[in-house]
Write a protein that binds this ligand. Sequence first.
Ligand SMILES: *[C@@H]1O[C@H](CO)[C@@H](O)[C@H](O)[C@H]1NC(C)=O
Ligand SMILES: *[C@@H]1O[C@H](CO)[C@@H](O)[C@H](O)[C@H]1NC(C)=O
Ligand SMILES: *[C@@H]1O[C@H](CO)[C@@H](O)[C@H](O)[C@H]1NC(C)=O
Ligand SMILES: *[C@@H]1O[C@H](CO)[C@@H](O)[C@H](O)[C@H]1NC(C)=O
Length: 351
Amino acid sequence: MRPLILSLLIAALVSAHAEPKTEQEVEVQRKLQAASYYCAPAVAEFTASRKRQFSQKVLAGRPQLPGYDDLFSGSYADLVDGSADPGDAQSLLACSPARRESEMQNNTCVLTPIVTEGPYYHREGHPIRQNIAENELGLLLLLDIGVIDVNTCQPLPNVLVDIWQANATGYYAGHPVPRPELRDEKPQVGGKRSGLLSAYPRTKFEETFLRGAWPTDGRGVAQFTTIFPGYYTGRATHIHTKVFTAWETLSNGTFQSDHLAHVGQFFFDDEVTSQIDKMHPYTENPIRDTYGRTRNWRDSLNIFEDSHGPEGMYNPVFKLEFLGGVISQGLIGFITMGINASATYDNFWKG
Ligand SMILES: *[C@@H]1O[C@H](CO)[C@@H](O)[C@H](O)[C@H]1NC(C)=O
Ligand SMILES: *[C@@H]1O[C@H](CO)[C@@H](O)[C@H](O)[C@H]1NC(C)=O
Ligand SMILES: *[C@@H]1O[C@H](CO)[C@@H](O)[C@H](O)[C@H]1NC(C)=O
Ligand SMILES: *[C@@H]1O[C@H](CO)[C@@H](O)[C@H](O)[C@H]1NC(C)=O
């Protein structure tokens, strides 16, 4: 029975890939992937050292919290399934145990090179700031995003990490309502856009919540304060990102750039997101009782799957830690992107 189910599953995955991408796109992805394999051990160490640094900072601040050490004994998933081995703190703090191997591990925390930027990017108007939350309500989420250059396997200082995401109930700044004639639209069935609604148009030009960009520091890390994103029809819970290697700061605090080196999306473990689904205001999501939240592997346009790279070897999922003693005090997510700093791309395929 099992092999049959498995081979059916593989067939489904393969046919899901039938959606053609250009030769050029596939070639770029493959080259980056090959380069990233080589960087895997460096990335694992990079992420591990950031986690160690963070846990030391937090532990120094509140050594009195009972059981606090346990929170750093592994990822959230390890805590849930109890598989963490508290004896080996060094390896558990790492994204994956840092092994001296050229082969990429499951949890190496390298984001896949390029997936669609989607319909909600604002080419102009993303403020340069670290706290993108404005007055949006939701679970506190800190992001620790590392960037490495796959040409050298070294962290990349001073590149601009641009992020944008939906609010707790699934709306992007500027896009509050569907087109009037599409108010009763149902998600598409079948085809490339299966599960999706048409994109909501930009109607509120002044809104900037949950959008912002910040340059990586000397260690190649950009940190952000935000809220955990909500979900909308057809898409797995995610945060978008672009990386620019040069940019011009505008007088109103936003930026312009034609040096795009990366477009990607970050995801979260479904188990964690299921817990957050139960918290206010995530419980107010308008599609909660109809279509519900799309699980990662059911993501429309194969975006979650594509984010694992052509050979499925990348991990686009944040490694999450609790910020306090309980989940409602917030989370911090660690991830590392491998980008090609010498490349400047046009925008790839838009979904
Ligand atoms: C990832 O982990 C799964 C489950 O442990 C395993 O079956 C799979 O082969 C691993 N993939 C890679 C690329 O290591
Ligand atoms: C900042 O200025 C740019 C260029 O004039 C403009 O497109 C953008 O909308 C402005 N952004 C904000 C938030 O005011
Ligand atoms: C998210 O944004 C939409 C559209 O602007 C707004 O109606 C909704 O109240 C926001 N969600 C929360 C939880 O504030
Ligand atoms: C990085 O980009 C440069 C310039 O486009 C290209 O020549 C090189 O092959 C790319 N390297 C990788 C690993 O993709």
